[in-house]
Design a protein around this ligand. Sequence first.
Ligand code: ADP
Length: 564
Amino acid sequence: MFCEAFPDIQFFIFTKHVPSLLYYSHIPTALTALLIGFFIYVKSNRNQLSKILLSITLIFLLWVIFNLIAWTNPDSRMVMFLWSFFPVIYVLLYVLCLYFVYVFVDKKDISPKLKSVFALILLPVILLYATNIHLNGFNVVSCEAVEQSGFILFYYGVSAIIFLWILVFGIHRFFKEKLGDARRQIALLIFGIELFLLSFFSSSALATYIDNFELEQYGLFGMVVFMGFLGYLIVQYKAFDVKIFGAQALIFALAVLIGAQFFYSKNPTNLALNAIAFVLTLFAGYFLIKSVGLEVKRKEELQKISDSLAVANERLKELDNAKSEFISIASHQLRTPLTAIKGYVSLILEGSYGKVPAQIQDVLNKVYSVNDRLAHLVEDLLNVSRIEAGRIQYNFQPTQIEELVAELVDTFLVTSKAKHLELKISLPKHSLPKLLVDPNKIKEVTSNLIDNALKYTKEGSVIVSVIGLEGKLRIEIKDTGIGINPEDKEHLFEKFVRSKETTRMVVNGAGLGLYVGKNFIVAHGGKIWAESEGPGKGSTFIIELPFVNPNVKAGVSDQPAVAL
Ligand code: ADP
């Protein structure tokens, strides 16, 4: 039996009564999808994901072909035969999309249990599609099969459930995933697949509802969206060369479309215009593909370089951590015996173990001072490793700086006397407000500066002053020593840096004190710097601390007042 709408004899399986747009919209879309499917399948070494994707595109192609034939063939047996498959194709497509989402997100195959659930979903349509529970008649006027509404409801229901399933699964995994890149991938995939399924579902459901199956044809535009998203995902995260392929596919599709016009062009003007468009397309296409190729190559090279840089950087970080860890452990182990030595030597010197002859006392004094120097060095090393690991603790307390400095200067009087240097202190006439600082840290920095001043001065004096300025307090340590070269001044506060004069003088030191000091002062929101007119002209080291520091609270804190 033939439909009334198509009285003509058709050729092959299509008739000439259908608008050629139908072919244009269906065939290139299906072919492009199939081509991308195959391309990804080959490029990804036939992994599981690409197999599912290829199956989706094959099922989609089947749908397109069945649809086209059902649309253009007037033979009722043929239409009924093809029409009966639609629910199977439909549900299969949805299940495959769900399968794809699972494998994409989890990066592994699904469990046998889930596979059985998928099979169960498919079973009813596979068993019933060819029975009259599905199709129970044929409309000769519109040339369409008549579907049972109960069956339609069933397979639309299944589709809707799978649609929601994908959405819920996607949202759940999106929030579970912590990596930004992986999250973006999930979001894009779910968005693309849901758009594809939605356009399929809504166009088909609408077509059934208003009984106009022409509408259903638009469902396939969802495939374009899906493929677009998929292509983007692959380009963004995996193989760049898909971009070249995309450009080639575009040019190919354009060439086919324009080339097809040759068969429709009736007059020479049209033919000539078409020929020009065709040549221009090929010409532009050639350059487009070439430039995309170049861009892809450059991106790949850049990617390689940045990958290897990232690896090297990671390795460096590990090494740096290992080094800090080592210094920290080693320093701890060194500190304990040094403290013990200091204790025992003091006891001997005090006469706790009997009277010590003057000669031995002299030697013991040397042992004491060398041990002290070593203890300082170890303390500095420990501080450096703490600074680098961000583990310095501050205990901020309101502190009278003049008192702190005066006490400190007293402890250096013996040393200055031994070196025949004058050590003077200058304090403001009126006492200054208290400062919220970690007194031990300020003591450590100032002590190192006074120690340096005495160490690097052969004759003359060292003057320590505390000065109150507008909004800030200044501690100055001025000496008449070896002075500093302008070039050296810049770098003295860096780790392990010592000036040339210092090295020549052969004075002990590792060049860590100023580095540690600067870190402490900056963490208090203050400044520290050196001034000198040059070598031999003495130097002044200056610390400035703000009276009010809104970033600091009294008590113990790991946080410096200023980001270092
Ligand atoms: P160290 O004194 O242990 O070498 P520091 O970090 O305390 O380490 O000082 C770094 C360098 O700054 C010193 O080696 C020295 O070259 C220079 N320096 C510090 N204080 C003075 C000073 N008062 N006069 C001249 N140079 C100084």
